[in-house]
Design a binder for this molecule. Structure first.
Ligand code: APR
Length: 232
């Protein structure tokens, strides 16, 4: 695809862009972890009922993300940013750090990040790459002593930095969505907002998302197959 000097590109990525790095998507493969539905370990209710289970889930995801490497899809987006600079913005629903490790800089993690934790009481936020896998190992806040939770946006919680996301979305000339099933809002609604503003919309993934009808263009294929050619 040709990019002009006037283009501002807003990219939204989902679990699919990290699939070819070996990280499981949510709704693929039955969406199960250790016999639990993902929704059962990624909610405030799950945290209240069983923080040890929740920390085991996110510890496993930390371990998997650390072992994974960025793929050609992540790298293609980083190369597009290198060309467009401030006219490129990447909003990801993913909590892994593969976009950053591929070289992307203007990345916003709307659903939080695996490698930060925060205190449930005082909100103290800190970088954290530890695994917590037993009740005795559960972390406590260094400031106030209360429980520490993953810095992840769970079902029923409000995504991070929505004002900045909408600011960027409104200014875009192209919205490129990669590897998300279109089932979780507000991210699934970005394409409708783009349509109201006559912004061109493109979806890349191996199958149509739930909101496929809303896109101007659908390119069927994996992120690794499609992105290097599309953004190159
Ligand atoms: N390349 C591109 N897309 C792919 C690939 C691939 N190699 N493999 C799978 N996909 C697509 C699937 O077709 C599917 O549409 O990625 C999408 C993954 O969808 P989900 O598993 O629903 O993931 P996502 O849309 O990111 O989930 C949204 O839900 O559980 C919450 O907070 C979590 O951020 C997550 C949100």
């Amino acid at each position: 695809m040709e990019w002009s000097a006037e283009d501002r590109v807003f990219v939204l990525t989902g679990a699919g862009i990290s699939a070819e790095s070996g990280l499981a998507t949510f709704r693929g493969s039955g969406g199960l972890w250790d016999g639990h539905r993902v929704e059962e370990v990624a909610t405030p209710e799950a945290w209240r009922a069983n923080p040890e289970l929740v920390w085991r889930f996110y510890s496993m995801r930390r371990r998997d993300a650390m072992a994974a490497q960025p793929n050609a899809g992540h790298k293609a987006l980083a190369m597009l940013e290198a060309r467009l600079g401030e006219r490129f913005y990447l909003c990801t629903q993913n909590v892994d750090d593969l976009h950053e490790r591929a070289g992307s800089r203007r990345v916003h993690h709307m659903h939080g990040t695996l490698f930060m934790s925060r205190c449930v009481r005082c909100g103290e936020l800190f970088a954290d790459r530890e695994m917590y896998e037993t009740a005795a190992a559960l972390p406590k806040c260094g400031v106030c002593g209360q429980a520490v939770r993953p810095h992840i946006v769970w079902f029923g919680e409000i995504p991070l930095g929505m004002d900045d996301i909408y600011d960027e979305l409104y200014q875009a000339t192209v919205v490129l969505v990669v590897g998300t099933s279109g089932s979780v809002y507000p991210a699934a609604g970005f394409v409708e907002i783009a349509n109201e503003r006559r912004i061109k919309t493109i979806y890349v993934g191996p199958e149509e998302p739930l909101n496929a009808y809303a896109f101007d263009e659908i390119v069927l294929g994996t992120a690794v197959e499609v992105l290097p050619g599309l953004v190159g």
